[in-house]
Design a protein around this ligand. Structure first.
Ligand code: EPU
Length: 337
C-alpha cells in the first residue's frame, strides 16, 4: 500500500503534538513500494524519514518530503543453539515487538518495555533503558539507499552504535531508509537487573521472569514518565552528558549525592542530566504551554499549544543554566528539525 499527500498536518505524527505542515508525505507498507517510488521520482533536497515521531522536535513547517515506512510484520528468520532471529518491519510498534518476545519467552528486549516509537527508530536512535540498549540485540539492519533505490544490509558492527547514536544519525543521515531490523533473541535469557529500582520492583513480584521484568519496567516508567497520548513529550529531551573521570570526581566532591554512572570507557563517566536540571530548579516549571515535567526534569512537555520554537527556547535556557551552575554542556537527545 502506498499513500501520498501534499501539505499534510503532522500533529498526529509527532509525540510533542506539534502542528506543523509538511510539503509532501509518502507512506509505504512494503520495501518494494519505496524502491519503485525512488526509481520513478527524484526526491527534493530535504527529506525526513519519520518513525513513530517520538523523538522529534519540529521548529517550523517542513519544506521537503517525509518518507514514512509503515512496514508491518514480525517473523522468524533463523534459529541456532542459543538464539532465535526475529525480523520486524520498521513500522512495527516497538512495544509490540517487546511484548511478542516476552510472550514467546525470548530474552533481550524486556528491559526496553513501553518505550514509544517504532522498530525502525530503535536502530537509528539505539534506544535504551534500565541497563540495556537496542544494539545489544540487533543482528542486522536492512534498508534502502535513497539515491540508488537499492537494498542495503548492515551488520551490528557496521551500524556504529553508541549511546543514543548510530551511523543512521551520522554518515547515513537522510541517505538510507531502514525497512526492517533482525534481532537476535536469547532462548536462555540472561536477566539484567543492575538498575537498582528495577531489581527492587521485580523482587517484590517474586520470581525473576521475563514477564515480571516487563511488568516492573512498565510500572516504573508509568510512575515518572508522562504518556505522550495525554501530555505531549518526547521522553528525555537531553542525553546524559559524558565527562572525564577528572571532571566527574570534582563535581562529586562539590555536591552531595551526585549521581554518576560508569561507561564502557575507563576514563569517562556519565552524569544524570535530569538531576542537574532538577538542581537548577526547573522541575515543574511552565512558560506558556511549554514546560518541564513535574516528576522527571529531563522531560520537556507541551501542555497543548506550545510551538516547537517555544520548547526549543526553554531547552536553551535550561542548557545555559546547567552550564552556569555545573560547567557541563547538555546535548539534545531529541532530533531538532
Ligand atoms: N533525577 C533527579 N531529578 C529528576 C530526574 C532524575 O534527581 O527530575 C535523578 C534520579 O533520582 C537518578 C538520576 O537522576 O538519580 C537518573 O534518573 P533516572 O533513573 O530517572 O534516569 P535518567 O538518567 O533520567 C535515563 C534515560 C531514559 C531511561 C532511564 C532508565 C537518557 C537520556 N535517559 O534517564 O531514557 O528510561 O535512564 O534507564 O539516557 C529516553 O531516552 O527518552 C528515556 C526516557
Amino acid at each position: 500500500m502506498i499513500f501520498y499527500k501534499e501539505n499534510i498536518n503532522l500533529k498526529s505524527y509527532n509525540s510533542f503534538g506539534l502542528e506543523v505542515i509538511a510539503k509532501s508525505f509518502f507512506e509505504f507498507t512494503e520495501k518494494e513500494d519505496l524502491m519503485e517510488y525512488l526509481s520513478k521520482k527524484a526526491l527534493p533536497d530535504k527529506v525526513l524519514i519519520l518513525g513513530g515521531g517520538s523523538n522529534l522536535l519540529f521548529t517550523s513547517n517542513f519544506d521537503g518530503e517525509i518518507l514514512y515506512p509503515n512496514i508491518p510484520g514480525i517473523g522468524l528468520v533463523n534459529e541456532d543453539r542459543n538464539f532465535i532471529y526475529i525480523e520486524a518491519g520498521a513500522g512495527v510498534k516497538w512495544d509490540d515487538l517487546v511484548n511478542f518476545a516476552v510472550r514467546y519467552e525470548l530474552g533481550g528486549l524486556e528491559n526496553l518495555s513501553s518505550i514509544p516509537g517504532n522498530v525502525g527508530a530503535s536502530s537509528v536512535q539505539n534506544i535504551g533503558a534500565y541497563g540495556k540498549e537496542a544494539k545489544d540485540c540487533i543482528h542486522l539492519v536492512k534498508g534502502v539507499d535513497i539515491e540508488t533505490g537499492r537494498e542495503i544490509i548492515l551488520s551490528n558492527e557496521e551500524c556504529c552504535f553508541g549511546y543514543r547514536d548510530s551511523i543512521f544519525k551520522n554518515e547515513l543521515k537522510g541517505k538510507m531508509v531502514v525497512t526492517s531490523v533482525i534481532y537476535k533473541l536469547e532462548k536462555f535469557p540472561e536477566f539484567n537487573l543492575e538498575y537498582g529500582a528495577l531489581k527492587n520492583e521485580v523482587e517484590k513480584m517474586g520470581a525473576v521472569t521475563l514477564s515480571n521484568i516487563r511488568q516492573a519496567v512498565i510500572q516504573i516508567r508509568d510512575s515518572k514518565l508522562p504518556d505522550p497520548a495525554k501530555l505531549g513529550n518526547a521522553g528525555s529531551f537531553f542525553k546524559n552528558p559524558v565527562v572525564s573521570t577528572e571532571v566527574a570526581g570534582k563535581l562529586q566532591k562539590q555536591y552531595e549525592r551526585f549521581p554518576l554512572y560508569e561507561t564502557s570507557q575507563p576514563d569517562q563517566m556519565k552524569l544524570a542530566a535530569g538531576w542537574l536540571i532538577d538542581q537548577c530548579g526547573w522541575k515543574g516549571y511552565r512558560e506558556g504551554d511549554a514546560g518541564v515535567h513535574k516528576d522527571q526534569a529531563l522531560v520537556l512537555v507541551n501542555y497543548g499549544k506550545a510551538t516547537g520554537s517555544e520548547i526549543l527556547q526553554l531547552a536553551e535556557k535550561i542548557k545555559k543554566s546547567v552550564f552556569e551552575k555545573f560547567g557541563v554542556e547538555l546535548e539534545p537527545e531529541v532530533n531538532v528539525v
